[in-house]
Design a protein around this ligand. Structure first.
Ligand SMILES: NC(=O)c1ccc[n+]([C@@H]2O[C@H](COP(=O)([O-])OP(=O)(O)OC[C@H]3O[C@@H](n4cnc5c(N)ncnc54)[C@H](OP(=O)(O)O)[C@@H]3O)[C@@H](O)[C@H]2O)c1
Length: 241
């Protein structure tokens, strides 16, 4: 029997990350679930086990760079290669005029949405090369759109996308692919914080996004590709130029 593939999913305690983790486990991956909230990770793990899948929880605060390095070492000591790294965890910060953002909050948004993502790539680079693996990078439409009041988050997602593109080009010949996913408006805690007056039932569910990602993964082109999930849940996969 083929050895089980390994995936690491960040932000797996709730929302889109939890749904991606459940979908990957259903597709046969052993999934390492990471986020800060242990109770949320256990909830995701329980759902995976109930559906017949396998998972391991690894509570980590991604704002602590050395803990990311330790996570890489711990996973590397148990598994020899990584098939899939899902960079999903992020923070929205406050929606505010750019000049009103507090320095502390600006730095936190950049620290989680950019620096921690780089450090995760760094921590898992060797295992990804060995597995000729894939990185899924969860972005936002505001990465490429100047949306008033979304300054720090928008700047962080733009940096994240560019960094993902650089890594994809560096890895193209080595067989590591990068999929940048724009989930679009999705029924999660982050979305409710951004749009408190919105009816959550008008939004697609995290499972819809996870299913679009799960369906796209087996057929990815080499290098960088992009997946955009529309309001009705349909998804389009584009190979980046
Ligand atoms: N929902 C949308 O409409 C939407 C639209 C476009 C893009 N996105 C993107 O989709 C991704 C998932 O968002 P979501 O809507 O599912 O958000 P969410 O429900 O707020 O979940 C965010 C996840 O990130 C984790 N996280 C936050 N800070 C962390 C930290 N310091 N260390 C470790 N983990 C941390 C949270 O876990 P803990 O709190 O347990 O640590 C949680 O699991 C994000 O990249 C977001 O930018 C979402």
């Amino acid at each position: 029997m083929a050895k089980q593939k390994l995936a690491v999913v960040t932000g797996a305690s709730k929302g889109i990350g939890a749904a991606i983790a459940r979908r990957l486990a259903a597709d046969g991956f052993h999934v390492v679930l990471t986020a800060r909230t242990e109770a949320g990770l256990i909830e995701t793990e329980d759902a995976i086990h109930a559906a017949g899948g396998t998972a391991t929880i690894a509570p980590v605060d991604l704002l602590k760079g050395e803990d990311i390095d330790k996570l890489g070492v711990a996973i590397g000591s148990r598994w020899d290669k990584l098939d899939l790294l899902v960079l999903n965890a992020a923070t929205l910060g406050s929606l505010t005029p750019l000049a009103h953002a507090s320095p502390k909050e600006f730095e936190t948004v950049m620290a989680l949405n950019v620096t921690a993502q780089w450090r995760l790539i760094r921590a898992f680079d060797a295992m990804l090369r060995k597995g000729r693996g894939t990185i899924v990078v969860v972005t936002s439409s505001v990465a490429t759109r100047a949306e008033p009041y979304w300054g720090p988050y928008s700047a962080s997602k733009a940096a994240l996308e560019n960094m993902a593109g650089v890594y994809a080009e560096e890895m193209r010949a080595l067989g590591v692919n990068v999929l940048v996913v724009d989930p679009g408006g999705t029924r999660t805690a982050m979305r409710a914080r951004a749009f408190p007056g919105e009816d959550p039932n008008s939004l697609k569910t995290p499972d819809t996004v996870a299913d679009a990602i799960g369906a796209a993964l087996p057929g990815l082109p080499a290098g960088l590709s992009r997946l955009k999930v529309a309001k009705d849940g349909t998804a389009s996969l584009l190979a980046a130029a």
